[in-house]
Structure formats: structure tokens, C-alpha cells
Write a protein that binds this ligand. Sequence first.
Ligand SMILES: [Fe+2]
Ligand SMILES: [Fe+2]
Length: 276
Amino acid sequence: MLLAQISDLHIKADRALAYGVVDTATMLERCVQRLLALPQRPDAVVITGDLVDAGRPDEYGLLRELLAPLTRCVPVYLLPGNHDDRAALRAAFPDHDYLRQWEPFVQYAIEEHPLRLLALDTVVPGEAGGALCGQRLAWLERALAVSGRPTIVALHHPPFASGIGHMDRIGLSNAPQLAAVLRKYRQVMRVIAGHLHRPITCAFAGTVASVCPSPAHQVALDLSSAAPDHFVLEPPAFYLHVQTDSGLVTHTAYVGKFGGPYPFREPTTSPQPAKT
Ligand SMILES: [Fe+2]
Ligand SMILES: [Fe+2]
């Protein structure tokens, strides 16, 4: 199975620039074009939160338009992040039935692919940080107990400290409780997250936790507790999780023109004309 992951789109109404700088709408369009032009079409796409910037209905309306070329071709699964609003998300995507598997949380199980997807809702309304309450953790425990199929657990807030202080202060508040549930099961191939706008990997609870970069802006790489909350326009990217004979392997796919592809071949030198 080939699963694409996108994260942290931060779409704003009327294609407004995020922070007055980032053209998130155009950058998502480019990301969708890149995904659809891949030599192998993904079997599914999961988008791990911060879909829009302020949880507004008009933002979700634009998001729906921007994602339409993708949703026409491949199943797309949406998760909320701290910038999202559950009710506005559900209202904008009435045909995405999985968003209504459980109320009030947007937490769901997708069973129709070789890899099972368990999506967790870490949103705490009004807060930038995330949490998994007892109800949400109990749901996860029940979901893992009923099937031993290879599983990806997706959530917005990563369950580990990255070293980037200002982001860690708005991280997942109860990662140890999530780890305690996951450690009881062996089928979780990966915990996939967003929120940090950078490609990051960490061993976690007997599996691997990874954070997907953004197709728009990235968080500045400053591994200090006092790091200023700055972003940078490093190359936009997304992830491709692919099952190989070695298990689940994750590739970073960049969005943009960087030259190539060129063949791995030395240039042939044309014979010099003989001197007379
Ligand atoms: Fe974000
Ligand atoms: Fe976030």
C-alpha cells in the first residue's frame, strides 16, 4: 500500500496570505498537482490537521475546492488540528462519512485498505496544545483490541518533545498515557503526526513516530527552549509511506522544481578530430 500524508495546510479565506507572507492556497494546489503526477498514484491520502487557519466555514469551502482534484481520484481522510473546528469541518465535507463515526470527536477507523488507519482527535477547543482524554484513549484501546491488522495511528499533535521549545510547549499534554496504550499492542507500524511543520522521526512506545513537513511554511530549525516562534520557507514537502519487504518505509517528497531527473551516466566525450 502507498499512503500519502500531507499536513498543516493552513488555508485562509479568499486565498489570503498566512501571516501576511505564505500563499497557502497556491502551495496546496502545487502539492496536489505533484501528488497526482507521481509515477505511482497513492492508494489513499491522510491529512493530519491544521487544514485551515481559523476554523472558519469559508476557509473550509476553499479547502474543499483546492482538494477536489485529489478527492476525485483517491480516498482522502481529514483530521482536525488546533487550527480546525470540528463542526465547520464536518459541515464542509458532508460526503466524508468517516468524519461522523463518533461524536463529538473526529476520531475514526478506516478498514478498507491493507493498512488499517486509526485517526485520533487531539483537539482541545480554544487551545493550541492537544490532549487525548480518557474517552479518546479508551476508544483507541478498544479499536486496537478488536483487530491485529497492521495499523497506522494518525493524530495532529506529535507525542514527543522535538527540542523546539515554543512548539513543545503546545504539544500533546499526555503522551505517556498514549504510549501506555500503544505498548500493549504490536500491530502499530507507525504513529504519524503534523503540527511541527518539519520532517521529524522519533522512537515511541515500541514503534516509530514521525512528523510530516508542510506543503506551505516550515517551523524554523532552532533546537532551543528559548527559540523564537519563527517560520521559514524551506522547500515544501509531504510524506509517502510505502509497504516494502522491509516493512513500512517513509519517503519525503518535495514540491517544486529542483532540476532533473537526469540519468546516472557520465557524459560521453566526443572524439577529438585528429590534428593534421
Ligand atoms: Fe500547523
Ligand atoms: Fe497545529
